[in-house]
Design a protein around this ligand. Structure first.
Ligand SMILES: [Fe+2]
Ligand SMILES: [Fe+2]
Length: 371
């Protein structure tokens, strides 16, 4: 089945339609769900294309769930499909057998909706991150180190524990190195299917902002500032409710106010880290300001807008338009640039839009936004 959105396919294999119905309802906002009551149709469908993940319960027919997992792994030699076994209880003997057969994760009943969402999302991310191992050292490190520092921040942000800026900066050095050699396509590709939207967006902003700095003649330290700023510019989004963050279509006025608060949340967090450079703070605080003063949170205008913020605004808008979201396909690069040059002349600094346009028309960026 072809869907007109960017959601990834998740299949549920379960003869108990009441349980599969509940699982489906919990996951359908984030993934395209298909339920299989018997394995006949499952093995027909898998010939046409495989899903990102399969959830298999002990309730399968006519075959045993462990045999099904074995059969799937025979078809899926590269182990690309994430298989999650949902056990009847914590002492289900099939937990061990399903792992031996090739299940990536297990979940035992009873479980909460959040536990289900976390298990699916973490397993999909682990699969995406495993593919990074095949990349050259610099690109692999750029992805692995940024992802690790980002999850460190996400683990401590709600408790307000600071991270050391030096560790953010050190972890961004491989990204700056990759930009220097011109091989950043695999980095943009590497985050494309990541299930953590805020991380994927932040990493795209960090990469493209560093690239813009490189084009503008910034030195290594300045580029490190841009990549670090890009990586942390939206960390406050981790405090925004999921339904608002992933809402398709227009936000209500009230929801938009909550969304806008991500800037203040980011600043509150960065204030706890006492060694954050001014440039990184400016990128985080001013990336939603607009030249004509209609942006937020401070309605800064014209010359009050720092150069770093002008650059960050251009890259942030481009990324938001071309990002893959659960409710939309990524916008093609050409269309995003057209909007930025024709409809956003009073919002974005056109000097940096022109400079960014040159980079974006580099075949590499176009290709990565299209696929
Ligand atoms: Fe933002
Ligand atoms: Fe952003």
């Amino acid at each position: 089945m072809k869907h007109s959105n960017s959601k990834r396919d998740v299949w549920i294999i379960d003869a108990d339609t009441s349980h599969s119905g509940k699982v489906s309802k919990a996951l359908q906002d984030l993934y395209n769900i298909d339920c299989f009551e018997n394995t006949g149709r499952l093995f027909e469908e898998i010939k046409k294309g495989s899903p990102a993940a399969m959830l298999i319960t002990g309730n399968t027919s006519p075959e045993n769930c462990v045999d099904i997992i074995h059969k799937i792994r025979e078809i899926d030699q590269k182990q690309e499909i994430v298989i999650i076994y949902i056990a009847g209880s914590e002492i289900d003997p099939k937990i061990e057998k399903s792992k031996q057969a090739g299940a990536n994760a297990t979940l035992s009943r009873p479980y909460s909706k959040q536990a289900l969402l976390n298990t699916v999302s973490n397993s999909l991310n682990q699969a995406v991150e495993r593919q990074w191992d095949a990349l050259p050292e610099t690109q692999k490190n750029a992805l692995k180190q940024s992802s690790s520092i980002f999850s460190d921040i996400s683990n401590v942000i709600s408790s307000g524990q600071p991270v050391e800026f030096n560790s953010v900066k050190d972890n961004c050095q491989p990204l700056v190195d990759a930009i220097e050699t011109g091989d950043f396509l695999s980095i943009l590709d590497g985050v494309k299917n990541h299930d953590d939207y805020t991380y994927a967006h932040s990493m795209r902003v960090a990469t493209l902002l560093t690239l813009l700095g490189h084009e503008a003649g910034f030195n290594n330290d300045e580029q490190l500032l841009l990549s670090s700023g890009g990586l942390v510019h939206d960390v406050g989004k981790m405090m925004i409710p999921h339904e608002i963050l992933n809402k398709p279509g227009r936000l209500t006025d009230e929801e938009f106010e909550i969304m806008k608060s991500h800037v203040a949340e980011t600043m509150t967090y960065l204030d706890t880290c006492d060694d954050i450079p001014k440039g990184v703070r400016i990128i985080a605080e001013q990336h939603h300001e607009k030249i004509d003063g209609t942006g937020y949170p401070h309605n800064l205008q014209g010359k009050d807008l720092n150069e770093l913020a002008r650059m960050a605004a251009v890259v942030d808008v481009f990324s938001a338009l071309t990002d893959r979201r659960v409710y939309k396909e990524p916008m093609p690069t050409e269309k995003a640039i057209k909007i930025m040059t024709e409809e956003m002349t009073s919002h974005l600094d056109q000097h940096f839009v022109k400079m960014f346009e040159k980079i974006a028309y580099d075949a590499k960026v176009i290709q990565s936004a299209k696929t």
